[in-house]
Design a binder for this molecule. Structure first.
Ligand code: SF4
Ligand code: SF4
Length: 264
């Protein structure tokens, strides 16, 4: 990596929330700007989308024909490509349309759908080009971004966080909302990174950081059924933020088929 690595932050189909995680770095962003050359970050100022860089952070899913060709240019121009957030890493919320008739949805949402040029699906960046590292979360946190940039500046691979949210719950002495209150918490199958943010404030995790390593979704589906959730409600839990992520999509399909640990 160059003495002062060149960095780009690219936006694809997304809400900009993960770019805001960069801006929320505050003073750390100023310190970062001393250590790296931020050559493209349209939301913050510099615009040079086709400039060669050492690290390209990519927010958003691939949802339009233009984005299909643009992500290939980003890959060609970048030494490392790092996805930030749910949309870039799994397709995100907009991938809900992968399970529906997108043309019908467009006709209902837009007054003149003939002007819309979008694909029938919203897909992850890794479905289109090789990705070097993924940061999950909806949105990602400033802490994750700093840790990743720091690792790359030191010349070591960033450390993936794939433990379950439950472990962070225990570490922070949060009361388990699943056990204590019977809330359908997705923490047992969700990767950590947020510090068990929701349970620490007394609400159930809805899985915004994506699947943890080895998620035992059948056991959790059985537990949710025991709480009184219908199969459709269990499936909807898995297909909320990361509906196109294969493990969660399959878990939803199995829940609809009645396969939980207490099911057939
Ligand atoms: S509240 Fe949720 S994340 Fe925390 S320990 Fe219970 S099930 Fe796990
Ligand atoms: S607890 Fe779950 S829903 Fe809440 S921020 Fe963490 S991963 Fe996202």
């Amino acid at each position: 990596m160059a003495d002062k690595p060149r960095i780009a932050v690219h936006k694809f189909s997304s809400c900009d929330g993960c770019q805001l995680a960069f801006l929320n770095l505050g003073e750390s962003l100023l310190a970062l700007a001393e250590m790296v050359d931020i050559v493209h970050f349209a939301e913050a100022g510099p615009v040079a989308p086709d400039a060669p860089v050492d690290i390209a952070f990519v927010e958003g899913s691939i949802s339009t024909p233009d984005e299909q060709s643009r992500i290939r240019r980003v890959r060609t121009n970048s030494r490392f490509v790092i996805t930030i957030g749910a949309c870039a890493t799994s397709g995100g919320l907009q991938a809900l349309r992968n399970h529906a008739d997108s043309a019908r949805w467009m006709a209902r949402v837009y007054a003149s759908p003939e002007h819309i040029r979008s694909l029938d699906t919203a897909t992850a960046i890794a479905d289109h080009v090789p990705v070097d590292f993924e940061l999950w979360g909806c949105p990602v946190s400033a802490r994750q971004i700093v840790a990743t940039v720091r690792a790359l500046l030191f010349g070591v691979p960033p450390v993936p966080e794939a433990d379950k949210v439950c472990l962070d719950c225990k570490r922070s002495l949060a009361v388990c909302v699943l056990v204590a209150r019977g809330e359908p918490c997705l923490g047992p199958v969700t990767r950590t990174g947020c510090g068990a943010l929701c349970p620490r404030f007394g609400r159930d995790c809805y899985g915004c950081y994506g699947p943890a390593d080895l998620p035992n979704t059948d056991a959790l589906s059985g537990r949710f059924a025991g709480l009184g959730l219908l199969p459709e409600e269990v499936a909807r839990r898995y297909r909320f933020i990361h509906s196109a992520q294969p493990a969660l999509d399959a878990a939803a399909a199995r829940a609809l088929d009645g396969h939980g640990e207490d099911g057939p």
